[in-house]
Structures are given as C-alpha cells and as structure tokens.
Design a protein around this ligand. Structure first.
Ligand SMILES: Cc1ncc(COP(=O)(O)O)c(C=O)c1O
Length: 420
C-alpha cells in the first residue's frame, strides 16, 4: 500500500472513540539513510531500577560515580523553584558561555553550547554533511557518531591501525579521500584511551584542509590534554566537550563545542537554543564555579585506576589503563565475567564485539567503594573466567604529552619477544 495514502478517520460521536481505518493507512517508512542504519547499542541501565540506585556500581557508561556537589544541587533546585519554569531558557546560554570562556581560555565567539555533546555531534553532522560524503573515524571508537553521520546519508569509513591501543595518525591520513568531509577522532579515545598528540592532530588537519576534523574530548578533564588552542589556528577543527563525565551531570544533558566562529555561525542555522534547559545551564555554571571538586574527583579516579590495575594485574588479569576514566580488561570469557559482576550489582560494558577488541570489557573507574567492590568480585571469581593464554601481551608504560599511558603489545609482537 502506498505510504502517502490518507487514512480515513471517523469519530464515533456516541462513545467519543476515534476509529481509524487502518486498512488504508500505513506507517510511513523512515528515510533511506535511516532505514539502512544499524542502531547504537545502549547499556541496559538495570542500575536505575534498583531500590537504591545510588549504591549500585554503575560502571558501564563512563558516568561519574560521584553525586553532584551540594553547590550544584542547590543551584539546580533554586532554578526549579524561582518561578521561571514556564519560560524558555536563555537560548544563547549567556552566563554559561561566560564561564566557559574562563574555563577554556577560548574567546566566546568560538564557543557554542548544546544539550549534551552527542547533540553537538549530531548538529555538526546535519550542518556539514551532504548525502554521499565520506566520514572517516579513527577506530575502534564511540559508535554513536556513526549514527549521526549515516543518518545524513554519509558513508562512514572506520580506519583501524595496527594496534587499537596506539594512535595511528599516519594511517588515518592515508584513508582520506576527495570525498572525506568529516574526520572524527576521540581523544582520549573511548574505549581504548589513545591520545592524538598535537603533532598527530596538526598532521591530520593539514592533510584534510577541506574537511572538518572533530576532536571529541568528552574525557578531557581526566587527562588535561586538549587541542582547544588549535581551534584558533585551524578553522577546520571542532573540539567537542561534555558535562556528563568528570562533571557528573549526565542526566542534565549539557555539552559544548570550541571552533572557528564561521563554523558556529553555520551550526547556529539549525541549533535550537531552547533545548538546553535552564536547570542544565545552571548546573553546568555551578559545576564550573566548583571546579576544585571536579579536580579532586579526577585525582580519585587516577588513584583508583592505579590501585585497581595493580590489584587485578597481580591476580593475572590482563589490564590496560587509559588517560580517561575507564580501564579495559582482556578476559577469556567476557560474558561470564560480566554475569558474575552483575550478580553483585556491578555493571560493566562488553566491548568484545568491537573490531580488534575480542575479549575486552570496559570498566568505569570512580570512587574508592566501587573500586574495592570490583577488586573483591574478581577475588571471588573463578580464575578461568578471566585468565588468558600464557602469552604476555601486557603493557608497556610510556609518557606521552606528559601523561602516563599504558600500551598493549600485540599478540604477534609479544610472541616474537617471547621467542627471541
Ligand atoms: C566519546 C564520547 N563522546 C560523547 C559522549 C556523549 O556525551 P554527552 O553525554 O555529553 O552527550 C560519550 C558518552 O559516552 C563519549 O564516550
């Protein structure tokens, strides 16, 4: 049946019910681009439905384990009770941008806010992509971006380097074509933690002067390394940031971009400023004013990452630490490990279906209590669930851009080292 044939709808005046002639109607098909999409897989969010979600070890989506500070909570509550809820929020997020100028050291014309960095990425795709353009992603990486790009009719190409745990700018550059319109780089990468150095980023920006290069810095606060200053130099760079990770405001939905004012003007053509709610703006402003609290939390995450990786490493678990707020474990039975952890209300993310990541699970690092719960669960877990082969693919520690990163050896390299 034709999708645009109008359904006849009759109102039965006697009982007020609407009868639709469903034989003539049909649910319209989504656009071709959307029909072809493989959707982004969300986590199951079981923790939200526990009697007391605040005690759950929700370590599957790289959220903060810390409640918003009293200052942030008070500010949000005040914004809900000050009698302005019936009005649309400040569509220009004037005060938030003012605070972001101080926080980022980037001029206000280079900043725009969105209801989450996901929304920023979606608007960016809708603003810059034509159907048939190519989008190049440094993979394996955060899959949501693929949805935004493909829904605009773009063809997504994921570049995989020799190791998922080492940035491969040179390889990425060889994958650029005349059709490449956006290059998407998450740095530090989710889920592998790779960081594109300044040199890496400059080489990609220079190699694709007509493409928009996105540096997704959702995890910036955990490593302190940023490409933000390059936005003043390269009009083809856009940095996206989030209040959902270190700032712990995932449910409020707030993010922002740093990019050339001409790109902001393009984004503004479709941006709906009303969608960044007043409580989200107020919460983000209060969180920026309470930055010492965030710095303390970041230090807790760094300390607990060290502690947990040492504990698990000593038990023979194959651990990769990252400059973000998560670690990766390469285990022999990922599903069984996850089930075992779930039985103790610990929720982690299976990444083993991602390219190059067979056997990997990702665990968000947070406060001391949850870190200890994970360690304890592994102590109680049968070793065959996580123990891998005897080949030592474990880590080499390197310092990059002043940040300690641990890199996995590829099994081939480890094997050749073992045989040597
Ligand atoms: C790399 C990356 N970018 C963006 C996001 C989404 O952030 P937001 O909550 O600001 O939309 C995530 C969330 O997991 C992420 O990992």
């Amino acid at each position: 049946m034709s999708a645009n044939k109008t359904a006849t709808v009759t109102v039965n005046r006697l009982n007020g019910k609407v009868k639709s002639n469903s034989r003539l109607a049909s649910a319209p098909a989504p656009s071709d681009a959307i029909s072809r999409l493989k959707p982004y897989a969300t986590v199951n969010q079981q923790a939200l439905f526990l009697d007391d979600p605040s005690v759950a070890s929700k370590l599957d989506w790289n959220e903060s384990t810390q409640k918003a500070s009293q200052a942030v909570t008070d500010a949000v509550i005040a914004s809900l009770s000050d009698g302005s809820m019936q009005w649309y929020p400040d569509v220009n997020s004037y005060e938030l941008i003012h605070e972001l100028v101080k926080y980022t050291d980037i001029p206000k014309d280079y900043i725009q806010t969105f209801p989450g960095s996901d929304a920023a990425l979606e608007y960016t795709c809708r603003t810059f992509l034509n159907s048939g353009d190519e989008v190049l992603m440094a993979g394996p990486t955060y899959d949501n971006f693929r949805i935004y790009a493909e829904s605009c009719g773009a063809d997504v190409v994921t570049h995989l380097g020799p190791s998922p745990f080492e940035a491969d700018a040179a390889g990425l550059i060889t994958a650029i074509t005349k059709k490449t319109k956006i290059i998407y780089i998450v740095t530090p990468n989710n889920p592998t933690g790779t960081i594109f150095s300044e040199q890496d980023m400059r080489s990609v920006l220079g190699a694709a002067p007509e493409a928009l290069v996105i540096a997704d810095e959702a995890y910036f606060e955990f490593c302190g390394f940023t490409h933000s200053a390059l936005t003043l130099e390269y009009p083809n760079l856009l940095v996206s940031r989030s209040f959902s990770k270190a700032f712990g405001l995932a449910s409020l939905r707030c993010g922002y971009v740093l990019t050339d004012p001409r790109n902001i003007a393009s984004l503004n053509l479709i941006r709906v400023g009303k969608n960044l709610s007043a409580p989200a703006q107020v919460g983000a402003i209060a969180a920026l004013k309470d930055i010492d609290n965030i710095k303390k939390y970041v230090q807790t995450v760094r300390d607990n990452m060290d502690k947990l990786s040492q504990t698990l490493g000593a038990m023979g678990v194959d651990v990769v630490t990252t400059p973000a707020n998560f670690i990766m474990l390469n285990v022999s039975q990922p599903e069984t490990v996850i089930e075992f952890l779930n039985s103790r209300d610990i929720y982690v993310r299976n990444r083993s279906a991602m390219p190059q990541l067979a056997g990997f699970i990702r665990i968000t690092i947070g406060d001391n209590i949850r870190t200890e719960r994970v360690a304890q669960a592994f102590r109680e877990m049968p070793a065959e669930y996580y123990q891998k082969s005897k080949i030592d693919t474990s880590v080499e520690v390197k310092i990059r851009n002043g940040i300690k990163v641990t890199l996995r050896r590829s099994p081939e390299k480890a094997l050749s080292m073992k045989q040597a």
